[in-house]
Ligand binder design. Structure first.
Ligand code: HEM
Length: 161
């Protein structure tokens, strides 16, 4: 009887040891997946050039639908040359600033926004539009937070000028 108990304890210990080893291995694997996701550049997480291009197109559409800031973007939408230049520059800006290969050929932010006298409320409306578009494009929450952080860090360069 004692021998059977001893055998059971040994078998159980081996099983438990294997189990805890597997759990540790799984944890390490999961950790590696998480680190790999975080390591991906913001550019990749936004879908590269193609993703960014369609995100920027949708952001402009969203601004044009937003009563708070529509008036600011209507003159751009109504002028094909200005529209093309605006879209190209915003796409370049987003690509260059998130780790993509584009070079930004537009004006620096304070110069581009000078004379608009953008208010805090208008800034918030624009940020809301951008986050809404990112969600619509199934951009994960971590990436949305990273974008929010970047947008806020640029606030001083675009409002009240
Ligand atoms: C952090 C937030 C913002 C960023 C990163 C940003 C970025 C840019 C960029 C890269 C351009 C292109 C400049 C060029 O073509 O040389 C631009 C232009 C413009 N932005 Fe913003 N912008 C922001 C917020 C806003 C807000 C809140 C408004 C107004 C509600 C606004 C209105 C405009 C307008 C009207 C232009 C066109 C200026 C022109 O070509 O005359 N932006 N922005």
């Amino acid at each position: 009887m004692k021998t059977i108990n001893l055998v059971s304890i040994v078998v159980l210990s081996i099983l438990l040891f294997n189990c805890s080893n597997k759990k540790e291995a799984n944890q390490i694997e999961n950790q590696e997946v998480t680190i790999a996701e975080v390591d991906k550049s913001l550019f990749v997480r936004l879908g590269g050039e193609t993703g960014i291009s369609s995100i920027v197109d949708d952001i402009l559409k969203s601004h044009l639908d937003n009563p708070e800031i529509r008036h600011v973007f209507l003159p751009i939408a109504e002028n094909p040359q200005r529209l093309e230049s605006f879209k190209t520059h915003v796409k370049q800006f987003l690509s260059a600033g998130t780790g993509g290969g584009a070079a930004y050929m537009g004006k620096d932010l304070p110069t581009a926004h000078k004379g608009l006298n953008t208010s805090e409320k208008e800034f918030m409306a624009a940020v809301d539009d951008i986050l809404g578009v990112l969600a619509k494009h199934n951009i994960d929450e971590e990436t949305q937070k990273d974008m929010l952080f970047i947008l806020y860090s640029l606030k001083g360069a675009v409002i009240g000028l």
